[in-house]
Structures are given as structure tokens and as C-alpha cells.
Design a protein around this ligand. Structure first.
Ligand code: KIV
Ligand code: ZN
Length: 386
């Protein structure tokens, strides 16, 4: 039976902290409701101690959502944890997410501390959080650059204190997939009692590896992926939810499953892009404008003959009505005939030859020939020539 992988969405926390992506409360509520509908298992709603606005957002989302676990971030600081617990008071399934930096750089330059003292702070934070909620997730910030043996000691300490989820963030997007997957496997094999917890992948995209690393983590034993819609997030972003979900759905169907309703992926992407004024790059996997668009003659001919020649996913599975055949100067006769038929002209071979000459003339002068251009061109030709 396929193993369940939990999807932890942090669009409203790690995603929203990006400059320019700030949402007001009603926008956050709309996004949160849509994420619940999409099927995320956990929704990280904010960092309550950071501002009264974030506190209110977590509280509001906690009241509104009834099926999803609501998570609030904190540092390993008692007041952060207490405030997170207050903000989560109305949540049906509350989770406190607490943690501390564990890499040599973080220990020395962020905390001016020692490895042993960091373990003590991690342990104390989880112990304190457990006074408020049962579900406590611990993050070892910069775990990507933390030595595996020491990381296992930190994780052992928090497992012993009752942490339910163990987040192993590659905070700086430093790891390669084989390293990150091996790190997760190492922890799974060396921490006693870890099988009772979820191991969570939280990857950043500084080297463009966030998606690959998250999948490597799952192969290494992780049972939760932390991600954002459209991959928005600090610097180069976080793991893109739509990418990891579709990789699991499409390439590992027999091994893994998620609760995500994939036909909602494109509408969800547009909602986040529009409300955050953060456009999605056209060539973005799954949700980019060009993800199911074909513009070269060879590809267009192939797709018209048999969609799977050049598409590995049926666009309807991710909420796109149909593939697009884009008419440009690179298009061939097959694409022109196909698009002409769509606007009501079923051209014979001779007609197509005539139309094609005129089409190439126009296409050479503009980037794309849209339906209006096509209609105008066909009308003018048929009035005069055919
Ligand atoms: O990237 C990171 O380490 C984080 C933690 C705060 C979970 O976002
Ligand atoms: Zn992060």
C-alpha cells in the first residue's frame, strides 16, 4: 500500500515573510480556506510573537479551519512558545513549531553558545511547549550544514522530550539531494524512538535543489514535506508544493500518496500569485503559463497527433482545461490547421497552403498570432481568394 506523505504548507509563514508578499487578514483567510480545501495536512499560519498582526492571523485561522492542523512558529524562547499557544487557543488541531539553529555558524555567531548548551535549549523548548499542546514540531535550523552525528544528538534529546514531528531544514539551500536524503536516513537509523514521529523535509531553493532534496528526503524516510504554493519564500524560495505533489503522484504512485486534490493546483497557484502580487514565471513547472503550451512546429505536430508525445501530465489533472498550441513563426501547417479549425475554418490542403503563406508573413512580424489575428486573417483571405 502507498505510504501517506503529509503536506505541510508554509505559504502564510515562510512564504509571506518575503518582501512585497504581505497579505491583509481577509486575504489570509481566503488563502487559508482554499489551502484546507486543497487538502494540506498542516497549515503554518504565522509567527505569533513577531507582531500583533501575525498573532491575530494565527488566531483567526485557528478559529476558521476545522480539518487542518494549524501550526504556529516560535523560537526556543519561553515567551514565544507561550504566545504561540495563546494564538492557537481556538485551533481544533494545534501544533507549536519551535526550534533553534544547530550548525556551527549558528551556534557560534548567532547564539554565541556551545553545542551542549544548544541541546539543552532545544530540550527545554520542547518540554515547555508540551505543557500547552500535545503536537510539538521541533526544527533544527540550518540542519543542512549541521554534522549528522551532532544533529542526531539534538534530535534524540527532543524525541526524548516528546516532540511529535522533527523538522530537518536545509535553511540555506546548501545540500545536494544525495546528501540531504542520506541525512534523513542517518537520523531515521540512529535516533531511538524516531519511528513514532514524523520526519519533515524543509528545503530552500538557493541552488535550485529544493524539490529534488524534498523528494530525496522522502526516499530517505521523511513522512512530511514543508512547502509553499509557487515555491515562494525567503531568497530563492521554498520547495514548491505543486512540484513535490505531482512528482509523488506521477512518478511514485505505487509507493507514496498525498491528500492533495490536484485539480485545485492551478487555481490555488493563481490565487496566491494574484493576492501576493507575485507573478509565476511562465516556464514554471506545473503552474506556469507555458507548462502545457507548445510553440515549435515539430512539438505541435507531435502533440496534435498524440498528446503524450510531448506531455507527461494530462493538464486536466492539475486544473488546466487543455494544452495550448501557440501560433508563432516557428509553427507549422499542422498547428495552423488545428487552430483554424478551432475558430471555425476546416481547411483543405490547398486552402492551408494559401493560408500558411499569409500566416508566416504575419507571424514573422509579431511574437504570437492570437485567435483575433487568426480570425481577421482567415476572413480577409476567404473574402478575397477562396
Ligand atoms: O528555513 C528554516 O530553517 C525555517 C525554520 C524557521 C523552520 O523556516
Ligand atoms: Zn524556511
Amino acid at each position: 500500500m502507498a505510504k501517506q506523505i503529509k503536506i505541510f504548507d508554509t505559504t502564510l509563514r515562510d512564504g509571506e515573510q518575503v518582501p512585497g508578499c504581505k497579505l491583509n487578514h481577509s486575504q489570509k483567510l481566503i488563502v487559508a480556506r482554499q489551502l484546507e480545501e486543497l487538502g494540506v495536512d498542516v497549515l503554518e499560519a504565522g509567527f505569533p510573537v513577531s507582531s500583533p498582526g501575525d498573532f491575530k492571523a494565527v488566531e483567526m485561522i485557528s478559529k476558521a479551519l476545522r480539518n487542518t492542523t494549524i501550526c504556529a512558529l516560535s523560537r526556543s524562547v519561553e515567551n514565544d512558545i507561550k504566545v504561540a499557544a495563546e494564538a492557537l487557543k481556538y485551533a481544533k488541531f494545534p501544533r507549536i513549531h519551535t526550534g533553534i539553529g544547530t550548525s556551527p555558524d549558528h551556534i557560534k555567531y548567532k547564539f554565541n553558545s556551545t553545542p551542549d548548551l544548544i541541546i539543552e535549549r532545544a530540550r527545554a523548548a520542547v518540554r515547555y511547549a508540551k505543557k500547552f499542546v500535545e503536537d510539538v514540531e521541533f526544527y533544527a535550523e540550518d540542519a543542512g550544514r549541521t554534522d549528522n552525528e551532532y544533529l542526531a544528538q539534538v534530535i534524540q534529546a527532543v524525541v526524548d522530550e516528546g516532540a511529535t514531528v522533527l523538522n530537518i531544514p536545509d535553511t540555506t539551500g546548501y545540500c545536494m539531494p544525495d546528501e540531504y536524503g542520506a541525512k534523513i536516513k542517518y537520523l531515521a537509523e540512529h535516533v531511538k524512538g524516531i519511528h513514532k514521529c514524523d520526519i519533515s523535509a524543509h528545503c530552500h531553493n538557493d541552488l535550485g535543489m529544493a524539490t529534488a532534496n524534498s523528494i530525496a528526503a522522502v526516499l530517505g524516510g521523511a513522512t512530511q514535506i514543508e512547502c509553499t504554493i509557487n515555491g515562494i519564500g525567503e531568497r530563492a524560495g521554498n520547495t514548491a508544493l505543486e512540484e513535490v505533489v505531482m512528482i509523488l503522484n506521477h512518478r511514485y504512485k505505487d509507493e507514496y500518496r498525498t491528500n492533495i486534490k490536484t485539480p485545485m493546483l492551478n487555481p490555488m497557484s493563481r490565487l496566491v500569485a494574484d493576492s501576493m502580487s507575485m507573478p509565476v514565471q511562465a516556464n514554471k513547472a506545473i503552474v506556469g503559463d507555458n507548462a502545457f503550451a507548445h510553440s515549435s512546429g515539430i512539438h505541435q505536430d507531435g502533440v496534435i497527433k498524440h498528446r503524450a508525445n510531448y506531455e507527461i501530465i494530462d493538464p486536466r489533472i492539475v486544473g488546466v482545461d487543455h494544452s495550448r498550441i501557440v501560433l508563432t513563426a516557428r509553427s507549422g501547417r499542422a498547428a495552423l490547421a488545428y487552430r483554424s479549425k478551432n475558430v471555425g475554418y476546416d481547411l483543405s490542403k490547398d486552402e492551408l497552403d494559401i493560408v500558411y503563406q499569409k500566416f508566416i508573413d504575419i507571424a514573422d512580424r509579431q511574437t504570437e498570432v492570437n485567435d483575433t489575428d487568426l480570425n481577421n486573417m482567415l476572413q480577409s483571405i476567404f473574402k478575397r481568394a477562396i
